[in-house]
Ligand binder design. Structure first.
Ligand code: DGL
Length: 271
């Protein structure tokens, strides 16, 4: 099949990666997308590197069944730990969200004081810090893990006193460090942006890597001359590893174009 007809593959630990799909559809409206959400094994953010790498290998293998022309790792945790291994095993271009997020933050900051929030695994990987320093070694990076944010979003507690108290506890150290830019280094955090902005104040810019990641995918397709025909009919397919009911219910909040069925699948295991 010519690359122009092949879909883009996207995977995440669960449902949050739909925010990246939304950005991809906006940037590349003619492209078909196959989305894989590993809802049976979410969260990845509390797991070890070896487990995250193993799951990510399986996720890529699944997407390759659809002849995808490139793969986007929408999950920050998987991007942080698994990207080098995936690129070693697979020839298909693989794009993570860390470098795009780092680039957007370096472009945004005026004071070179950048905050990063993410899951425990993402923050412990040091991936954002390394990516920022590759672009600007003089930037100061202040990182903070926020393990309660994912369950807050999953429960739909995006506002209110509990949400505010948790946000305050996590974000106060960043305020003390006088950051002017904050990377929302987790698929779920854009949904908490109003609460986060309220705690940090309007002078701190929030960076969501989804848009920049979509721009990077455009670059990959340009280099490979692999764009879909502008007048074609893009197809969106969604696969999950647990019951699709929750995904169906919540998905529309993250992705307005969530049309089509959500199918449950099981994966072939890696050792
Ligand atoms: N998708 C994950 C991320 O962006 C958040 C959810 C999880 O912990 O698996 O880091």
């Amino acid at each position: 099949m010519h690359a122009s007809r092949q879909p883009i593959g996207v995977f995440d630990s669960g449902i949050g990666g739909l925010t990246v799909v939304q950005a991809l559809i906006h940037e590349l409206p003619a492209e078909s997308i196959v989305y894989f959400g590993d809802t049976a094994r979410v969260p990845y953010g509390t797991k070890s590197k070896s487990t995250i790498v193993k799951f990510s290998l399986e996720n890529v293998e699944f997407l390759l069944r659809f002849g995808v022309k490139c793969i986007v790792i929408a999950c920050n945790t998987a991007s942080s730990w698994a990207l080098p291994t995936l690129r070693k095993y697979f020839k298909v271009p693989i794009i993570g969200v860390i470098r795009p997020g780092a680039m957007a933050a370096v472009r945004q900051t005026r004071t070179k004081r950048i905050g990063v929030i993410g899951t425990t695994a993402t923050i412990r990987s040091g991936a954002y810090e390394a990516a920022i320093h590759r672009i600007d070694p003089s930037a100061k990076v202040i990182s903070q893990e926020c393990p309660l944010f994912v369950p807050l979003v999953e429960e739909g507690w995006l506002t209110g006193s509990i949400c505010r108290a948790i946000a305050q506890a996590y974000l106060e150290p960043l305020t003390r460090q006088r950051i002017d830019t904050l990377i929302l280094g987790c698929t779920h955090y854009p949904l908490l942006a109003p609460a986060i902005q309220q705690v940090l104040g309007r002078d701190v810019a929030l960076v969501d890597s989804a848009q920049q990641t979509a721009a990077e995918v455009r670059g990959v397709l340009t280099a490979a001359d692999a764009f879909a025909q502008p007048n074609g009919h893009p197809r969106y397919r969604f696969f999950v590893t647990d019951e699709p009911a929750h995904f169906n219910r919540v998905g529309h909040r993250l992705l307005t174009q969530m049309t089509g069925s959500v199918e449950r699948v099981s994966l072939r295991g890696w050792p």
